[in-house]
Design a protein around this ligand. Sequence first.
Ligand SMILES: [Zn+2]
Ligand SMILES: [Zn+2]
Length: 348
Amino acid sequence: MFEEGFFLPEEDRGVEVILSEHPEIRILWERRAQLAGPIEINGVNPILHVMLEGIVENQLNDPEMPEVRETVERLEKAGLSRHAARAAIANVFIYHFFPVLKEKKTFDRQKYIRQLGLLGKDFKKTGRNEPCPCGSGVKFKKCCASAVKDWQISPMLGRLTLGQGSYILGVDFPDIDSPLHPLYQLENRVHIARFLANQGDVEGAAQALKENIILAETHNQESWLSNALYDMLDLCLNYPQMSEEGLATIERLLHLVRDDAKGYLLCDRADIVARTGRVEEADRMFQDIFETMPAWHFGRYRYALHLSDTGRNDQAITVLQDLVAKKGRIDTETYQAAVDVLNDLMTG
Ligand SMILES: [Zn+2]
Ligand SMILES: [Zn+2]
């Protein structure tokens, strides 16, 4: 029913090419049949992104569609990468994709190919009542006028951003000069992992975060690596089945982080040990923390949480009351945290 050049077979060369360029999406692609509902992460559907770019990649190798190859070559000459050029074409293709898919219209291949000629051109001087530059014979305003704003070319076309806040802070990141910069992979995997964990696929989430650790190692970037390990630790702290991975991750982080960050990691380690049922061992770990860092009051607060988590509220209250009595002599963060938990424990 669809014309040639519109199909996307299950085992598909085009998709493979795109997945090698957006490798973080592979885990979602492989699991897309098992996942519930539409795969949408912060309003973006990464499967659709891969699909559209994959279709264009196939068209690019289709001897029946030489115009697609010619357009890619023309855009590459204008300074676009292969990925960005493909994405520019996908922006035109999407105008045909949904009407065909959802409204069962026939794919107007001739029109699509004519429209590819508009990519990279400037239409500021084209009057709305003039014939459309695509050559359809229809007035510009009734043909491509409203679409051409979506068809502007840029070297960043084809980038896939599923969120920000972990590796990419702010929309315009000055160091990123390519839509395939590894920072996008790293950031995207954080959101993919959250999405998978929310779907109950903790193993998938862990795999995504492991891929980030490997990527950081490959690039020999210490800040990426500690970031990736902390993401893994967060997952491990939230899911008891990840306890062993959590302990291994903490060991690695202890070698990477500054001294003032180590106390938190040691408390996390004790929490995980307690969670696996080794409560006495965890108690001893906290005693060790107090001996090595006697002035670090936040560790006492964490100990109180540990006591409460392991069913010893009376002891937790004593530790917190000691902290609260030190008002003015301990940091305000610890003081306030202790007051809040103490109130909860006394009223609960
Ligand atoms: Zn037109
Ligand atoms: Zn892309």
